[in-house]
Design a protein around this ligand. Structure first.
Ligand code: HEC
Ligand code: HEC
Length: 251
């Protein structure tokens, strides 16, 4: 039996809000017509593009640094074109995990656009600050907007910012992990090494060092590979998986 699960109510509330958002679509964008499963599929496609649109689309990565990437920033080249690089894995930009460190940009997050108009968000993505109109096809811009409006969550409800600990039930997370993730990542998450032999990185490593990135990937999947998305499960299950992933070996 699962232990105390205080976030369950939050998760149910989230589903209710998501449901209400589906019902209350009112503008005329194509993505607005989506219902049920299609709605989730569209969000996860948008989430993969938010992570790495050029990888997911299988197109050449831009070579120059993005014109809106601040000169004081420490990154350069292709990665400065990823949504996550400017707005963060926690969608909070300068108010979140990227408020300091090597990924600092001082750029705002996208939290204020949650439940925003899809047309308005699509326009932002093609404005002069972003310039994605010639790079990302229309249908992909539409699912990106869909993700921004309906796929992002307030990660501070699920991850303690000070300790980086997931506020979840690792026992419940273990049951899901061992029956889904382990098929590819192995029982201890070490079957796939994301980095080099010398400097290995496994699920345990990423979940501990960057729980926000891991939660984003649990929800939406990993770009350009056939990793599953857990979006059809409730938000509590996502954070339970993350809590278990944080118990796995880091090296
Ligand atoms: C190189 C940095 C950079 C990248 C990459 C980037 N953005 Fe932005 N984004 C910005 C800046 C700067 C602003 C603020 C613009 C302003 O204040 O007028 C912004 C604003 C936004 C806003 C409006 C936020 C608000 O509350 O007003 C949304 C939504 C957004 N971006 C989504 C995205 C998405 C989705 C992607 C990926 C396809 C992306 N951005 C990639 C720099 C970036
Ligand atoms: C069908 C196989 C498959 C399943 C199932 C799967 N993954 Fe993955 N996952 C992958 C592959 C392949 C990669 C990319 C490896 C790479 O880029 O080197 C990946 C990447 C990741 C990453 C990204 C690490 C990084 O730094 O880029 C995380 C985190 C992750 N998976 C967690 C999970 C979790 C948690 C689950 C279960 C909810 C899961 N995966 C289920 C195949 C899978």
């Amino acid at each position: 039996m699962a232990k105390d699960r205080p976030l369950k109510r939050v998760a149910i509330l989230h589903l209710a809000v998501l449901g209400a958002a589906c019902l209350s679509f009112s503008s005329t964008s194509k993505a607005d017509d989506l219902t049920g499963a299609q709605h989730l599929v569209s969000i996860t496609r948008g989430g993969l593009l938010y992570d790495n649109w050029y990888g997911q689309l299988g197109v050449d990565a831009p070579k120059k640094t993005h014109p809106s990437y601040p000169a004081a920033g420490k990154q350069k080249g292709a990665s400065t074109w990823r949504c996550k690089e400017c707005h963060g894995w926690d969608y909070k930009g300068d108010q979140g995990a990227y408020s300091k460190g090597s990924h600092f940009t001082g750029i705002v997050g996208i939290r204020n656009m949650t439940h925003g108009s899809l047309d308005k968000i699509s326009k932002i993505l093609t404005d002069s600050k972003h310039g994605f109109g010639d790079l990302i096809p229309k249908d992909s811009l539409a699912v990106l907007a869909h993700f921004v409006a309906h796929g992002q969550v307030d990660m501070d409800e699920f991850i303690d910012r000070g300790t980086k600990k997931a506020l979840g039930d690792a026992e419940h997370g273990e049951r899901i992990f061992q029956t889904t993730c382990a098929r590819c990542h192995g029982k201890d998450g070490k079957e796939i090494n994301f980095k080099t032999d010398k400097n290995p990185e496994y699920i345990g490593t990423v979940a501990t060092a960057n729980p926000w990135e891991t939660l984003h990937k649990i929800r939406n999947g990993q770009p350009a590979v056939p990793m599953i998305s857990m979006l059809a499960f409730d938000s509590q299950s996502h954070v339970d998986i993350l809590a278990y992933a944080q118990t796995l070996p880091v090296k």
